[in-house]
Ligand binder design. Structure first.
Ligand SMILES: [Zn+2]
Length: 283
């Protein structure tokens, strides 16, 4: 079944990319600012998805035109592969840049149990992430890892690219203000950087880019564990949503909002958070 029917109107000129930009962290206040800017300053010909990508990844993207993302090194990356509507499996296996936005991520603590295959964020164009973060199989990622202090005296390694490590450090500082009984959900972690594929697939995990963290697996629920254990997939979660809110505020989406749930898992996807903010402003 094709589930991608929403298409944004496209601009007729390159946008974004105004010289030197060093956005290190994109807290939700900034994401909201981006959303407001896009809402009130873009013309009827704007292309919110591509505008957002250019705004949240200024370290890499100079802007876009109607057909391609334009990278700062001059690379043009087509945003649409022209293959038309895709099945859910095709979206996972061979998404183009636009397909990544096929399922809207919903911000906040109030959300419905995800319907079948509602997995916002699991659709990832691998070429896009490889170009930003490097290929761990070639040793490109480890040189960018930075230690981030984590509750109860640990530290974890995240990529400094796109300000991900700084964003996680901001999450960590806010997590430290939560009641002490929350700490058990956070540490020991299930890991951050790992050069590996997503379990059961040949696609790289966001962990392979140093841009994801699994909090304490003891309190996590993962669809593959449950399916193998019980045969049927029933969404469940034991992670307090206060923790989820803090991550979302700093650009991380939560795997607990997926039908194929992974409630340990948070990954840095500010483009999905900014688009969600923009959707809320439109309502
Ligand atoms: Zn994970």
């Amino acid at each position: 079944m094709a589930i991608w029917s929403r298409r944004w109107r496209r601009p007729d000129r390159p946008v974004g990319g105004s010289g030197k930009q060093t956005v290190r962290i994109l807290p939700v206040s900034l994401l909201r600012t981006i959303a407001v800017l896009l809402l009130f300053t873009t013309s009827a010909r704007a292309d919110p998805v591509l505008d957002i990508l250019a705004h949240v990844y200024p370290q890499h993207l100079a802007g876009h035109d109607a057909a391609a993302l334009i990278w700062k090194d001059g690379t043009r990356m087509p945003v649409d592969d022209g293959l038309g509507p895709k099945s859910f499996d095709q979206l996972l296996q061979t998404p183009d840049i636009r397909d990544q936005f096929a399922i809207t991520y919903r911000l906040g603590s109030v959300f419905e149990t995800p319907a079948i295959n509602q997995d916002p964020g699991r659709i990832r164009n691998e070429a896009f992430f490889l170009k930003m973060y490097g290929d761990c199989r070639n040793g490109d990622v480890t040189g960018h890892l930075k230690a981030v202090p984590w509750p109860i005296g640990n530290s974890v390694l995240m990529t400094e690219i796109n300000g991900v490590a700084d964003a996680l450090a901001a999450v960590s500082r806010e997590l430290a203000t939560l009641p002490a009984d929350m700490t058990k959900f956070l540490a020991p972690t299930g890991g951050t950087y790992a050069c590996r594929n997503i379990a059961g697939t040949d696609r790289l995990s966001l962990h392979a880019f140093g841009a994801a963290i699994d909090i304490n697996p003891r309190f996590g629920d993962y669809w593959r564990w449950q399916r193998f254990a019980e045969g049927e997939l029933v969404w469940r979660n034991r992670i307090p949503l206060r923790i989820v809110d803090l991550f979302e505020r700093h650009g991380f989406i939560w795997g607990g909002k997926w039908y194929h749930f992974d409630t340990l898992h948070f990954e840095y996807r500010p483009e999905l958070i900014a688009l969600s903010e923009l959707d809320q402003l439109h309502k």
